[in-house]
Design a protein around this ligand. Structure first.
Ligand SMILES: [Zn+2]
Length: 390
């Protein structure tokens, strides 16, 4: 459906900034470190219920914090547009919400409770104006997003259980482009050990030397990176192997027992996460054999890679909405981080656009989000729904 300017105006006016702010503040007030988002999920469910929405609480395999699912259906044929957000926050000291100088601050304000509040405000605007011509809106909110405390498994289960729309909008703090590609990522840690206790260096056995084995591992990993970097996408960059830290030893003349290294591995769409894991495990096993050490590998897949077909009906619907609200469509680009859009694509090939408010301080104790931009996001979401669902 083509959005007419008068219809767009009706929807834009239906977005109520104060109602949006109140919702964001109520969500930020409840601490919800990853894995422990039960209380905020309960609050969100109460809030939606009080507002007249039917709410379901599927556990998604995480009974401590069942997900919050709300449906708004027109009863007329059409597509279902899903708004999806995570209610958990990174494990940092809790900062309560404040509304000051055009911003909301506090834990989860930028990442991503205020974005969820904007999606809810879009839902209310669609209901209040009765402008959704057909189809439905599905709102899903969940826990277990932030790594390393979560690995997305609650959302993965909801997707496997079929609690999905035909396309998804994710209000994470990205809005300079429509991301059509993103790399998958995993974190790795390799712990190299030798037999025997720590000992003065003058009394050390000949071999093996864990620092030498660590140096050899660094050399092999750089070699791997060079090979990987040949695979390149003009928007998203290349496959990569990154080393973030290396540690060994206690004092200058003690022969150490252990050396450990840690980093990331990123890959473009088209490579299976299992193959990425196997390649690293093989490399660590070869090193252990060649150096006479043991190597314990600790691998955690954060998310698989992401792709969006720019010809999917979600993209023109979103662009039309964005142009009506902001005066221009968005360029296509890359998503530098992994988010839940990666899961929708890799598990179910569902088109997802990450688009949220201008915000800052994510993963710090200084989070903030722009209130004007939250209002804009709510308007874009409501207009996209009208253009997409019918
Ligand atoms: Zn987030």
């Amino acid at each position: 459906m083509t959005l007419t300017p008068p219809l767009a105006e009706v929807l834009r006016r239906a977005v109520q900034p104060q109602r949006l702010i109140d919702t964001a503040v109520k969500l930020i007030q409840v601490p919800s470190p990853t894995g422990q988002a039960g209380a905020v999920a309960d609050r969100l469910a109460e809030l939606l219920h009080a507002d007249g929405f039917a709410v379901e609480r599927p556990t998604g395999g995480h009974a401590t914090a069942p997900a919050v699912v709300a449906r708004f259906a027109t009863g007329r044929p059409g597509r279902t547009l899903q708004f999806d957000g995570h209610l958990d926050t990174v494990h940092l000291p809790f900062v309560p919400p404040r509304v000051v100088e055009g911003r909301i601050t506090g834990s989860g304000s930028s990442d991503m409770k205020a974005g969820i509040a904007a999606a809810i405000e879009a839902l209310r605007a669609l209901r209040d104006t009765n402008t959704l011509p057909g189809g439905a809106i599905l709102l899903t909110c969940h826990d277990l997003h932030e790594a390393p405390w979560g690995d997305g498994r609650q959302l993965d289960q909801l997707i496997r259980d079929g609690i999905v729309g035909d396309a998804v909008l994710v209000p994470e703090y990205l809005n300079h482009c429509i991301p059509i590609i993103g790399r998958g990522s995993l974190t790795w840690k390799a712990t190299i050990r030798r037999p025997g206790p720590p000992i003065h260096e003058v009394m050390r056995p000949d071999e093996p030397n864990v620092i030498a084995a660590g140096a050899e591992l660094v050399r092999r990993l750089f070699q791997l990176h060079e090979r990987l970097a040949a695979r390149r996408d003009p928007l998203a960059g290349s496959d990569s192997l990154f080393i973030g830290q290396i540690h060994s030893g206690e004092i200058f003349n003690q022969y150490p027992q252990e050396c450990w290294l840690e980093g990331t591995r990123r890959w473009l769409p088209g490579t299976a996460p299992a193959a990425v894991e196997q390649e690293l495990r093989d490399l660590f096993a070869d090193l252990a054999r060649d150096t006479g050490t043991s190597v314990a590998a600790d691998l955690m897949v954060v998310r698989d890679a992401f792709q969006l077909d720019p010809h999917d009906p979600l993209v023109p619907a979103f662009q039309e909405a964005h142009a009506l609200v902001s005066g221009r469509p968005l360029p296509l680009g890359a998503k530098m981080f992994c988010d839940d859009g990666n899961s929708f694509w890799s598990l179910a090939r569902i088109a997802t656009i990450t688009h949220g408010p201008t915000a800052g301080g994510a993963h710090t104790v200084h989070e903030w989000v722009s209130i004007d931009d939250l209002v804009r996001v709510a308007q874009v979401y409501a207009l996209t729904a009208v253009a997409y669902c019918a």
